[in-house]
Ligand binder design. Structure first.
Ligand code: ATP
Ligand code: MG
Length: 584
C-alpha cells in the first residue's frame, strides 16, 4: 500500500533474527506483541507492534497478539476490544491481520494458559524449586534486601515439598485470604540480581477475571506467566523493552528449571520510545481520562493510537515514523515534530484540498455583478493528478482571513492592504479600495475591492504579477463549520521531569485546544464523512470528527502545514547526535 515502509533498515534485532534464519535455528520465526489489557495502546506500543509484526512479515513468520492478562483487578474487556481494533487498524494493508490472531479470529490470552501454568508450578514444587511462603507482602519486601545488600531467607523456604504442594493446592481452592501466602521460586537470596531472590510466582487474589471468570483466586506473576506463555506459543524471539533486561535471568531460569523440550524462546530488549510533550505511562494516561483532563482515551491530543486515528493521522504515517526512529539499545527522546512530519508527508499525497476561512473578513467586489455566480475550476490535489478537479462557487461577496489583510502592512507583509492587488486562488486578481471600519470599535469589518475580469483563473494576460495568493469562500455559498485546533498536550518537552512539589498534570498546556466556531467553508465540504481528512489550503490538515452532527460539521486539525521538523533536523545535524534524537 505504501512503498515507504518497505526498505526497512536492519536494526540489531533484525540482524540477530537474520542470523538465526541463516543457520536455520528455528522451523519458523515467531514473535509476539503482548499488551496488558489495562489501558489503550499508545505510540510507544506502535513501535513494538511495528517491530514484532514487521519481523514476522519480513520472515514469513507469525506474530501473536497476546493479551498479557494476569492481573484481573486492573484489566477489562473494554481494553481488550480497543487493543484488537487499534492493532488491526495500524497494520491494515501492511501486514496480514490474521498474522496475529488464532484461527477463530480471537487474540491469544495468557489466561488461556492458567491450567498449564498451574501444572508447571506443581512441577517446580515437586522438583524442590518452588515453595509456599507465609511472609506478609511487607516482610517479603523487607527480606528481599537491596541490590547492594543480600536478602534474608524466608523461614518457610525449607518447608517440605509435601507441605508446599498441599498449601499451594489449598491456595488454589480458596482456603486463604489475599496476601497471606505466595508461591516463590527457590533461587538465591544473595544474588546481586534482586529478581532472582526467590521471586514470587503466584499470589492470592480473590477477584473475577475478565476472561477466566471466577475459576481462579490465585494468579501467576508476570515473570512466571510470560516466559511460559512464550514457550507454549512457540515464540522464538520474545522482544521487550530494556527495563526487562534484568528479568532475563529469571526468564531463562524458569524455562531451564522445568526441563522443557527445545528450542526455548529467548528474550531480547530494545529501547522504549519516548516522545516530547507527552506522557506515555498507562497509569498517567488513565489519570488524565479519569480526572476529565482530556475528553477520553481517544481525545485527539492523546498519544494513544485511537487518539491519533481520531485526529486523522494515517496508520501508514505512524508506521513510517516507527521506521525512521529505528530500534536501538539507548533510550532517547524523539521530537513530536518528527511524527507530525510523517503525518504531513503522507497527507500531502492523499488529502484533497479545500478552502475554508477560520477568521472571516467580509470582502465585497464592487465591480462584480450583484447576482452573478461563477463555478470556478479548482484542483483537488496538486500532488495527485488522479484526484481531479472540482467546482468552487464565486460571487460578489466573499470571506477571506482577517490575517490576510493589514491596514498598515509591515515590510514583509505581501498580502492584501489598501491599494494593493493580490490573487484569489483559482479566481481573479483583486485590489483593495477601502477598509470599512466599525464606528465604535474601529475594527476593520469589511473590505471594498475591485476585480480584474481579465485575470479569470488567476493569471493576468498582460503578465503582471502579484506577490501573494490568498484563499477565500463565497459568502452566499459558505457552510458554517466548527474547527478544533489542537496543540501539544504538555508545555514541557519532558513532562515527567517535574520540579519538586509539582506534578506532571501542572504542566498541561492550557491552550492545547482552541475551538473556532463559525468557520466559513466551501460547500464541497458538506460531502465529507467522519474520519475523512482534507487540507484547508494554507491552514493545515483537518479531519472530520465523529462529534459532527447533521447540522454541524466539526473538523479537528490533524497537523498544521508548518514544518517544525525541518528546523529541528537542521539544528540537530549541525550539533552532534542523529536526526530527532535528544539525549536524555
Ligand atoms: P505501562 O508501563 O505504561 O503500563 P507497559 O510497558 O507495561 O506500559 P504493556 O501493555 O505491558 O505496557 O506493553 C506491551 C508491549 O509494548 C511490551 O512488550 C512493551 O515492552 C511494549 N511497550 C510499551 N511501551 C513502550 C514504549 N514506550 N516503547 C516501545 N515499546 C513499548
Ligand atoms: Mg507491562
Amino acid at each position: 500500500m505504501d512503498g515507504m515502509t518497505d526498505d526497512q533498515p536492519r536494526d540489531f534485532i533484525r540482524e540477530i533474527v537474520a542470523g538465526h534464519v541463516g543457520e536455520k535455528r528455528y522451523p519458523g520465526i515467531v514473535t509476539r506483541f503482548p499488551p496488558e489489557p489495562n489501558g489503550y495502546l499508545h505510540i510507544g506500543h506502535a513501535k513494538s507492534i511495528c517491530l514484532n509484526f514487521g519481523i514476522a512479515r519480513e520472515n514469513n513468520g507469525r506474530c501473536n497478539l497476546r493479551m498479557d492478562d494476569t492481573n484481573p483487578t486492573k484489566e477489562d474487556v473494554e481494553y481488550v476490544d480497543s487493543i484488537m481494533e487499534d492493532v488491526a487498524w495500524l497494520i491494515q494493508g501492511w501486514a496480514d491481520k490474521s498474522l496475529g490472531l488464532k484461527k477463530d479470529g480471537a487474540p491469544f490470552f495468557a489466561s488461556d494458559y492458567f491450567d498449564a501454568l498451574y501444572e508447571y508450578a506443581l512441577t517446580l514444587i515437586r522438583a524442590g524449586k518452588a515453595y509456599v511462603c507465609d511472609l506478609s507482602p511487607e516482610d517479603t519486601d523487607k527480606f528481599r534486601g537491596a541490590p547492594d545488600k543480600p536478602g534474608i531467607e524466608s523461614p518457610f523456604r525449607n518447608r517440605s515439598i509435601a507441605e508446599s504442594l498441599d498449601l499451594f493446592q489449598q491456595m488454589k481452592a480458596g482456603a486463604f485470604p489475599n496476601g497471606t501466602r505466595t508461591l516463590r521460586a527457590r533461587i538465591d537470596m544473595a544474588s546481586p540480581n534482586v529478581w532472582l531472590r526467590d521471586p514470587i510466582l503466584y499470589r492470592i487474589r480473590h477477584a473475577a477475571h475478565h476472561q477466566a471468570g471466577r475459576k481462579w483466586c490465585i494468579y501467576p506473576m508476570y515473570d512466571f506467566a510470560h516466559c511460559l506463555s512464550d514457550y507454549i506459543e512457540g515464540i522464538t524471539h520474545s522482544i521487550c523493552t530494556l527495563e526487562f533486561e534484568v528479568h532475563r535471568p529469571l526468564y531463562d531460569w524458569i524455562l531451564g528449571a522445568l526441563d522443557l523440550s527445545r528450542p526455548l524462546p529467548h528474550q531480547y530488549e530494545f529501547a522504549r520510545l519516548n516522545v516530547t510533550h507527552t506522557v506515555m505511562s498507562k497509569r498517567k494516561l488513565l489519570e488524565l481520562v479519569q480526572k476529565g483532563l482530556v475528553a477520553g482515551w481517544d481525545d485527539p491530543r492523546m498519544p494513544t493510537i485511537c487518539g491519533m486515528r481520531r485526529r486523522g493521522y494515517p496508520a501508514g504515517a505512524i508506521r513510517e515514523f516507527c521506521r525512521r526512529i529505528g530500534v536501538g539499545k539507548v533510550e532517547n527522546m524523539i521530537d513530536l515534530s518528527l511524527l507530525e512530519f510523517c503525518v504531513r508527508e503522507q497527507l500531502n499525497k492523499t488529502a484533497p484540498r479545500v478552502m475554508a476561512v477560520l477568521k472571516p473578513l467580509k470582502v465585497v467586489i464592487e465591480n462584480y455583478p450583484d447576482e452573478k455566480v461563477e463555478e470556478l475550476d479548482a484542483v483537488n490535489n496538486p500532488e495527485d493528478v488522479g484526484a481531479g478537479m472540482r467546482k468552487v462557487p464565486f460571487g460578489k461577496t466573499l470571506y477571506i482571513e482577517q490575517d490576510d489583510f493589514r491596514e498598515d502592512p509591515p515590510k514583509e507583509f505581501f498580502r492584501l492592504a489598501p491599494g494593493r492587488e493580490v490573487r484569489l486562488r483559482y479566481a481573479y486578481f483583486i485590489t483593495c479600495r477601502e477598509a470599512v471600519k466599525d464606528p465604535v470599535s474601529g475594527e476593520v469589518v469589511e473590505l471594498r475591492c475591485t476585480y480584474d475580469p481579465a485575470t479569470h483563473g488567476g493569471n493576468a494576460p498582460d503578465g503582471r504579477k502579484v506577490k501573494s495568493t490568498i484563499h477565500w469562500v463565497s459568502a452566499a455559498h459558505a457552510v458554517g463549520i466548527e474547527a478544533r485546533l489542537y496543540d501539544r498536550l504538555f508545555t514541557l518537552e519532558d513532562p515527567s521531569r517535574v520540579e519538586d512539589g509539582k506534578d506532571y498534570k501542572d504542566l498541561l498546556n492550557p491552550r492545547s485546544l482552541t475551538v473556532v466556531r463559525d468557520v466559513k467553508a466551501e460547500p464541497s465540504l458538506l460531502a465529507a464523512g467522519a474520519g475523512d481528512v482534507v487540507q484547508f489550503e494554507r491552514l493545515g490538515y483537518f479531519c472530520v470528527d465523529r462529534d459532527s452532527t447533521a447540522g454541524q460539521k466539526i473538523f479537528s486539525r490533524t497537523v498544521t502545514l508548518k514544518d517544525e521538523w525541518a528546523k529541528i533536523e537542521k539544528r540537530t545535524h549541525a550539533v552532534a547526535g542523529g536526526p530527532g534524537h535528544k539525549g536524555k
